[in-house]
Design a protein around this ligand. Structure first.
Ligand code: ZN
Length: 109
């Protein structure tokens, strides 16, 4: 099994919908550190699992310097963002989304 990991940083804003009062209900921003893990039994015709720069451009085009509430069709919690990213890349099996030093969510297939 071949495995790769790609780390990218994205600056983006969000506000969360919660059933309780939270500071996170207000629009605010993070410098998100996102780690994308991909794996494949075989390499593609270029000898890769995925092109690192293609992963970066896919995610920065969609998310970087955006209001995530406007570009994602769900409540943009770190957990939901991790699952959404995993679903965008066929070989992806795990995504970690770090919104601050101490707050990390991950999704694994
Ligand atoms: Zn936040």
């Amino acid at each position: 099994m071949y495995k790769i990991s790609k780390r990218i940083e994205i600056s983006a804003a969000h506000s969360l919908k919660t059933t309780y009062e939270s500071l996170c209900n207000n629009l605010h921003g993070h410098n998100w550190m996102i780690t994308i893990h991909c794996k494949s039994e075989t390499l593609n015709e270029n000898g890769m699992v995925e092109d690192f720069s293609a992963i970066k451009s896919l995610l920065t085009r969609k998310l970087d310097h955006k209001n995530l509430n406007e570009v994602l069709p769900f409540n943009p919690t770190a957990e939901n963002i991790a699952k959404w990213i995993c679903d965008q890349i066929p070989t992806c099996y795990k995504v970690e989304v770090q919104e601050s030093e101490n707050n990390i969510a991950s999704y694994e297939k």
